[in-house]
Design a protein around this ligand. Structure first.
Ligand SMILES: Nc1ncnc2c1ncn2[C@@H]1O[C@H](COP(=O)(O)OP(=O)(O)OP(=O)(O)O)[C@@H](O)[C@H]1O
Length: 743
């Protein structure tokens, strides 16, 4: 049967009329259905057939770009068209749509950015927020904005939320008591097998063993293994290779091992979705980017060690921690759901039933409650809706501390004025899909005419791995004395090249620049990378990102950059060598302009050395003591052996100790210009004169309701200090809803 014939047999199809009727009769609908029942691929097609796309596009959001791409491909196949015709996609750096397009799969971040130019989303008649359970930061922000838009927009607009696993009562109550449709049934069964022991520290080895065991003893079908990150995946692939080498010759010749993670060039990701050679079994080793939405045609076995790498941000200190933690039960269900999509499947959980039931949390903590709110707040401020971010209608609030921290940082980056209004610079930054510090650095670099170098640094920072085998430049250089040669010592010549680059003594950003420039001079030779101990894939990824960033700046045009920088961005984006003009401007003697641009962008991440000491103290609200990370590229000390007084850092991380990660030294006289801005920031004024807590308290007193209820009812953007009308409006809305409920 073809994809076109198959899709109408999915469990969701018998419910087509109910879905259409509910969506027709309501502004907002929640749809819950088993994994693989057809939510992602079918609902948009049903709505299309029912005529919902005649007045505008049907947009379906995904938390990840790989999902948007592959699902669009599948739906195009089912609708018998090319991607970019009736069905298209839009993700950061890439778009395939045309005037014929009626259904668009796009990432939640892309939709959010589209709202900056078109806050009414006038091109759309329906938005489906898929995988709502994942609670990605962008999806959570969209919840609040779209909930308001549904009421405010004159042109009809429907909002649909879909998931396999969702707290339906909570969602329905937040979305004005909208109906919840439960779609029972799944197409294929997945047998769950729990292990007898929990694998705390040896889960990579256990996953490798299980995968090989499946290959040797189970009937045909591809295998999908979940691990937590690139380094772990590389390790598992290596271990698989070693284990296979010990097996009788030929026993695994038909096994094709494929890694899959986000920081991997797109064409390599695509290999996973291409049909394997005849008679081959695929073994895909992936991060949780493979957890939701995507179907790898052929996967029958899933190996789930139950771990995920989770980033947590503490607003009080600006500290980030990246830890491997147990997944939630919702995630375990999603992972198992990757098997059993094209036939019955089997999921091997490398943890006990007891662990699943008693130790794992029910749902994942929403990203909005554990992340830096900087980017989200910049978008909210960038929308022409006068949103008061502190009183915004969040499903789960990030908390006033996180929001106030974001306001403070955005003020330091010149994105907000003293009253918390977005500045012109802020608008330029919001137009770039980058974290605000990088966006600010690029804008400053364009003004300083050192854009090509700033693009290189931004791209290199975005690659997960630059050096191979978990080594930094310092370890690589030390390797010369590694008698065992276990880590693959560098050749004399390579070491000399690296030592020469490090001799500049300007830390990580500048070393990254030099490495990229050296690679460029070698004609982007993979051998050059390998010789220097660099990760070829990581470097290619950085090169790709650099090109895409340039492309993006070229498209953003004079709205964001001066004319000459737009021209320079175009040249880089076109893939030809940098123009002579750009080369001429590229400082060969020093990199001061670039460092100054970085200082402007990372003024929110400055640290000052302690007197007569090589420890640093961060210059944010709660000064935190930290040390330079041992893997930091060489920074030249002064004659007294002291490090530079000021550095900027990319992240403040807590492992065994607190470290400044990826550091660039700054000249004291440059920093003197920035310091006054960091002192005495008036957060109360930045937040419009009132904090969430105060606003909620006031509304609660006025409306005689609880503070939580009042906070939920505070309309976006209004509870200003001297605005009793707004507080009254909150009260009225609450009372109206209450009496509605009683009826
Ligand atoms: N690329 C593909 N190749 C083969 N079959 C596919 C593909 N994409 C989807 N399918 C089929 O369509 C079914 C429905 O997929 P869909 O993604 O719409 O389900 P879903 O309900 O959204 O699942 P989830 O909750 O896991 O995202 C799959 O179970 C599979 O049988």
């Amino acid at each position: 049967m073809t994809a076109r014939e198959l899709h109408k047999q999915l469990p969701i199809w018998p419910y087509k009329q109910r879905i259409i009727d509910t969506v027709t009769g309501n502004r907002i609908t929640v749809i819950i259905g088993e994994t693989g029942s057809g939510k992602t691929t079918q609902i948009a097609q049903m709505l299309y057939e029912a005529g919902f796309a005649s007045e505008g596009l049907i947009g379906v959001t995904q938390p990840r770009r790989v999902a948007a791409l592959t699902v669009a491909r599948r739906v195009a196949e089912e609708m018998n068209c090319e991607v970019g015709q009736e069905v298209g996609y839009r993700v950061r750096f890439e778009e395939r749509t045309s005037r014929r397009t009626r259904i668009v799969y796009l990432t939640d971040g892309t939709l959010l950015r589209e709202m900056l130019d078109d806050p009414e989303l006038s091109a759309y008649s329906v938005i489906v927020l898929d995988e709502a359970h994942e609670r990605s930061l962008n999806t959570d922000v969209l919840f609040g904005i779209l909930k308001n838009l549904v009421k405010a927009r004159k042109k009809p607009f429907k909002l649909i939320l879909t998931s396999a696993t969702l707290d339906s009562a909570k969602f329905s109550s937040y979305f004005d008591d909208c109906p919840v449709l439960n779609i029972p049934g799944r197409q294929y069964n997945v047998q769950i097998v729990h292990s007898e022991d929990n694998h705390e520290n040896d889960y990579v080895a256990a996953a490798v063993d299980t995968a090989l065991d499946i290959h040797l003893h189970q009937p045909p079908g591809d295998i999908l293994v979940f691990l937590t990150g690139q380094a772990e995946i590389d390790k598992a692939v290596k271990q698989l290779g070693e284990a296979i080498a010990e097996l009788p010759e030929g026993s695994c010749s038909d096994l094709l091992i494929l890694p899959l993670y986000a920081a991997m060039p797109l064409e390599l990701q695509a290999r996973v979705f291409a049909p394997p050679p005849e008679g081959c079994r695929r073994l895909i080793v992936a991060t949780n980017i493979a957890e939701t939405s995507i179907t790898v045609d052929g996967v029958v076995y899933v190996v789930d060690p139950g771990k995920v790498k989770q980033k947590t941000y503490t607003p009080a200190t600006g500290m980030e921690s990246l830890q491997v933690v147990p997944i939630s039960r919702v995630q375990a269900t999603q992972r198992a759901g990757r098997a059993g999509r094209v036939c019955d499947g089997k999921c091997y959980r490398l943890y006990t039933t007891g662990f699943f039931e008693n130790e794992m949390s029910e749902a994942t903590v929403p990203e909005i409650q554990r992340t830096n709110m900087l980017t989200a707040v910049l978008y909210l401020k960038g929308l022409p809706l006068d949103i008061d971010v502190l009183a915004f209608d969040y499903l789960d609030s990030p908390g006033s501390e996180a929001l106030e921290d974001a306001l403070r940082q955005l003020f330091i980056l010149d994105a907000l004025d003293r009253d918390g209004h977005i500045s012109d610079l802020g608008k330029r930054m919001a137009a770039l899909p980058l974290e605000p510090s990088l966006a600010r650095s690029l804008v400053a670099a364009a003004d300083h005419v050192c854009l090509p170098d700033a693009l290189t640094v931004a791209a290199m920072l975005s690659a997960e791995t630059i050096f191979s085998g978990n080594r930094g430049p310092v370890q690589l250089l030390r390797n010369e004395t590694d008698a065992r040669g276990k880590m693959g010592a560098l050749s004399e010549q390579a070491r000399a090249t690296l030592a020469e680059m490090m001799a500049e003594g300007l830390g990580d950003h500048i070393l990254m620049l030099r490495l990229f420039q050296g690679w460029e001079r070698s004609g982007f030779s993979p051998k050059w990378c390998k010789d220097l101990g660099l990760d070829v894939r990581g470097m290619h990824f950085a090169r790709e990102v650099r090109k895409q960033l340039a492309d993006l700046l070229a498209h953003a045009g004079p709205k964001v950059l001066p004319e000459e920088s737009v021209a320079c961005a175009k040249t880089i984006a076109s893939g030809t060598k940098d123009s002579r003009e750009a080369k001429r401007k590229r400082p060969s003697a020093g990199v001061d302009d670039l460092r100054r641009a970085l200082l402007v962008g990372f003024a929110n991440r400055l640290a000052r050395r302690m007197p007569r000491h090589n420890g640093y103290k961060t210059l944010n609200e709660r000064a935190t003591l930290a040390q330079l990370h041992p893997a930091t590229a060489r920074i030249a000390a002064d004659e007294d052996g002291l490090m530079p007084e000021f550095v900027i850092y990319y992240a403040l991380v807590a492992t065994a100790k607190v470290f400044l990660n990826k550091v660039c030294p700054m000249e004291s006289e440059w920093v003197e210009d920035v310091l006054p801005k960091l002192r005495n920031i008036d957060v109360e004024r930045l937040s419009g004169g009132v904090t969430t807590r105060k606003a909620a308290k006031r509304a609660a007193i006025a409306g005689q309701v609880t503070e939580t209820a009042a906070a939920r009812d505070l309309p976006a953007g209004v509870p200003r200090k001297n605005d009793p009308a707004a507080v009254d409006a909150a009260r009225q809305r609450y009372l109206a809803r209450k009496s509605e409920k009683k009826k």
